[in-house]
Design a binder for this molecule. Structure first.
Ligand code: ACO
Length: 331
């Protein structure tokens, strides 16, 4: 079986910046509270009328240019998002309406903050088996249209930002280079510890005035529970990736963790004794962009000279579901 590797990457962050102080005008919070508890300084919101597919379009154009490919060269698209443009069809199909694609399959993946790693793992299997040669993996989110700009929703609202990232996977000519493994997990027992309940197909009708007024269509989170499980889950899944490939923490050159809270990533690094300069964080600028986070981080890490050929790179995520995952890559 052949290895796959990332052959192109791109990202897009909408220009509108929203600072902690901007949010403090709308709800009872403060710049100090948000920075101290989360590390976030600002985030970006999409302009009205733009869903994840339109943010993704620019990220995909950039990834294609980076790989020196065109949409006609792609064999499959996988689109990870928890904030799809519409209930159905999936955002992959919406993206196809915005760009010229051949009639390739468009798969939407719903694994929240682990959506990108889950999607990368699926793409990798298609390349490994030889079924496809060029697979587009997209992560894109527009959170800003579904969070509550009032004190009631402040715990969640301050965390999220909008953005998109995309990578293109292709076969690796060198069997030592590319994706080494994925470890994917979920524990659905805790599905409602971080969720958006409404509108829901379990309800008749799916959407009521009561749901709107009670705020059940906004994300709800047991923050402390998620925090604790994120630290444990990410630490475990990083070790699982290294051990499965007979590496130790000393072999790791770069950890690219999901960006949900800087304090989570700092605790993971501390627990595993990974030096801070080996952990890539950009949550300060973007907040939690969920499925878009890891591809955005990869692009920025490369731009900043922190991601180089030959390095051993671990991607790790934790999020709603609960889902958690890692990928180990020889870059
Ligand atoms: N501003 C000011 N005060 C706030 C805010 C805010 N934005 N949010 C909560 N508070 C208040 C609370 O109401 C509480 O007040 P009280 O003591 O009077 O009741 C106090 O601050 C402490 O609240 P906690 O929830 O205990 O605060 P904590 O230190 O746990 O931090 C946080 C909250 C930042 C949300 C943290 O729990 C967290 O980051 N959790 C994990 C988030 C995460 O990883 N999500 C997963 C990924 S997202 C995905 O998958 C979609």
């Amino acid at each position: 079986m052949r290895n796959s590797k990332i052959i192109g990457m791109g990202f897009y962050i909408p220009p509108k910046v929203v600072t902690n102080r901007d949010l403090a005008k709308l709800m009872d919070t403060s710049d100090e509270w948000i920075r101290e508890r989360t590390g976030i300084v600002e985030r970006h919101y999409a302009d009205e009328g733009n869903g994840p597919a339109s943010l993704a379009k620019i990220a995909v154009e950039r990834a294609l240019a980076d790989a020196q490919l065109e949409t006609k060269d792609l064999d499959l698209m996988i689109f990870a998002t928890l904030s799809p443009d519409y209930t159905f069809p999936g955002s992959g199909c919406v993206l196809q309406s915005l760009m010229e694609f051949p009639h390739i399959a468009a798969i939407d993946i719903r694994a929240q903050c682990s959506g990108f790693i889950y999607s990368l793992a699926i793409a990798d299997q298609f390349i490994k088996t030889g079924m496809y040669n060029r697979v587009l993996v997209v992560g894109a989110e527009v959170h800003s249209t579904g969070i509550e700009f009032a004190t009631r929703g402040r715990d969640v609202t301050v965390l999220f930002g909008d953005g998109a990232g995309a990578v293109i996977l292709g076969p690796s000519e060198d069997p030592r280079v590319g994706i080494l493994s994925h470890h994917l997990h979920a524990d659905g027992r805790h599905y409602n510890k971080l969720w958006v309940e409404c509108p829901g197909c379990v309800y008749t009708p799916r959407l009521t005035q009561e749901m709107v007024t009670s705020g059940r269509w906004y994300p709800k989170m047991d923050g402390k529970f998620i925090f604790r499980h994120a630290v444990e889950g990410m630490s475990r899944v990083i070790m699982e990736a290294l051990q499965a490939n007979n590496y130790t923490l000393a072999d790791l050159d770069l950890l690219v963790p999901h960006q949900a809270n800087l304090r989570i990533n700092q605790m993971v690094a501390k627990m595993l004794s990974i030096p801070e300069d080996k952990v890539f964080n950009n949550i300060m600028k973007y907040g939690n962009t969920t499925a878009a986070t890891i591809p955005i981080c990869l692009c920025e890490a490369r731009e900043e000279g922190k991601l180089k050929p030959g390095q051993l790179v671990c991607l790790a995520s934790f999020g709603s579901g609960l889902t958690w995952a890692s990928s180990l890559i020889r870059w």
